[in-house]
Design a protein around this ligand. Structure first.
Ligand code: F0G
Length: 458
């Protein structure tokens, strides 16, 4: 049995969960059009849909909630958050936003013009969609190792510098408003980016005068991976590593619902005063006054505390080991996962578990449905449902290179026996895998279709 790290906390408040019958699960699946986003959370036993906003806040965060200052402008809570943001990330300007995609929307609204391109290692789906929504095109330039699930490269989230230079040369800087990178690379398996790569990416963008933004949802997990895996960083604290990461960039977007361990919140930070003034106006229009940005004062307080708790190394060691444990147990059950395991989730290689289902029939979605059918477990497809798009030039469907089912682990929420249960259910599915069928859409919107699509079994 792989090692399971003892949780560095004890449980002070509990939320009951229950398991509904097999018949009730089947009825729920049908009513939801086989889309797990449409199933009531009460009817899920182990919810690994996302690690976003689903973590357990600490006693310090709950105490901070009680200290929230709900003044419309200039609240004390805003200044607490400002101090934390400046201390950790060091940018000149920042605004709170209600979540990551709100920050992305504002950035895209201010900077992206139709026909422009935004490169990254891999954009997350909301970033991708926010760029497309402004007529831009997201471009993914992650290293090739990222597409080989078995490859154990320690920094599979790295951006390929040769591909980036080539892309900028071919496209022309005038068609690129800014460049990005996502840490950790969620769409590619929660894989980290090395400090060396961040430096090379920053140098390349800056050589072409392109502002560099970091999508920072999982900045703390990335910093801890650098500490564990990159020579020269073993003696540095995650806080020092985070500061070094952000000193390389011109700004960041952030969903605080991940590594800042809050239920809602986001940030947009940057150094350029002109862009900041535009951002501020857009924020007032869409989100709220710049000292609360669509959040309550109490949310700002919880975020200010959570930004540091996310960097706690005892917690991070436990968290990364928890992912590694689930990954090993799934492998023992005969289900391959992306290697090495990521920081926030385990990614089942659905194409390998269900090799008879072609990408056009959504193997990741099929596996997702089976896990619910078997054990009322909810994961999320990260494959052709989420990322297959018609080529804007040819109209032909382009499938992503990986068909995955992500099992994201909410922070400080589930215990070892919950994860053992997930591994047990996966083993059951594996034993009858050849009987699992693929799916087709019965409804699909144009953008972000995984949230509201409906399916039928083939
Ligand atoms: N960037 C990354 C890397 C993300 O993983 C997410 C959200 C966002 C941006 C958008 O942030 O949800 O606060 O608007 N990821 C969640 C997930 C939804 O399940 O991985 P948001």
């Amino acid at each position: 049995m792989p090692h399971y790290p003892p949780e560095p906390f004890r449980i002070k408040m509990v939320e009951p969960i229950r398991q509904i019958s097999r018949e009730a699960r089947e009825a729920a699946l049908q009513a939801a059009g086989y889309n797990l986003f449409a199933i009531k959370a009460e009817d899920i036993f182990i919810d690994l849909l996302t690690d976003s906003g689903t973590g357990a806040m600490s006693q310090e965060q709950w105490a901070a909630i009680m200290r929230g200052d709900e003044s419309y402008a200039g609240a004390r809570s805003y200044y607490h958050l400002k101090a934390a943001v400046e201390d950790i990330f060091g940018f000149k300007y920042f605004v709170p936003a209600h979540q990551g995609r709100a920050a992305e929307n504002i950035l895209a609204a201010v900077l992206v013009k139709p026909g422009q391109y935004v490169p990254s290692n891999m954009h997350f789906d909301t970033t991708d969609a926010n760029i497309r929504a402004r007529g831009g095109r997201p471009v993914n330039l992650v290293i090739d190792e990222a597409f080989d699930p078995a490859n154990t490269h320690p920094f599979k989230g790295n951006l390929d510098i040769d591909k980036l230079k080539d892309f900028i040369e071919r496209t022309g800087v005038e068609k690129i408003p800014f460049g990005m990178i996502t840490v950790t690379n969620n769409s590619g398996g929660g894989q980290p980016v090395s400090m060396a790569n961040l430096k090379a990416v920053a140098e390349t963008y800056h050589a072409y005068n392109l502002p560099f933004f970091i999508d920072s949802a999982r900045y703390a997990e990335n910093a801890y991976f650098i500490k564990l895996r990159e020579p020269g960083y073993e003696g540095k604290s995650t806080l020092e590593i985070a500061r070094e990461m952000y000193a390389l960039a011109d700004g960041m977007t952030m969903s605080a619902k991940k590594d800042a361990i809050v239920n809602i919140g986001g940030l947009l930070c940057l150094n350029d005063e002109t862009i900041f003034k535009q951002v501020r106006n857009e924020l007032i229009l869409r989100e709220g006054f710049p000292t609360y940005g669509g959040l309550a004062g109490r949310d700002l307080e919880a975020m200010a505390v959570g930004l540091y708790e996310g960097l706690d190394e005892t917690y991070l060691a436990y968290r990364l080991n928890q992912c590694a444990y689930l990954s090993k147990r799934l492998n023992e059950a005969g289900a391959p996962t992306i290697q090495p395991p990521g920081g926030h989730a385990v990614y089942l290689d659905a194409a390998a578990v269900l090799p008879h289902i072609p990408p056009g029939q959504f193997p990741g979605q099929a596996l997702c449905v089976e896990l619910y059918r078997e054990g009322a477990i909810r994961g999320v497809e990260i494959g052709s449902v989420m990322f297959a798009y018609p080529d804007p030039d040819t109209g032909q469907t382009i499938h992503p290179r990986l068909e995955l089912l992500r099992l994201a682990i909410p922070r400080r929420t589930y215990t070892q026996s919950h994860l053992d249960y997930v591994a047990g259910c996966t083993a059951q599915i594996k034993s009858r895998a050849d009987q699992v069928r693929g799916y087709t859409f019965s409804y699909a919107p144009e953008l972000l279709r995984h949230f509201t699509a409906r399916f039928e079994p083939v």
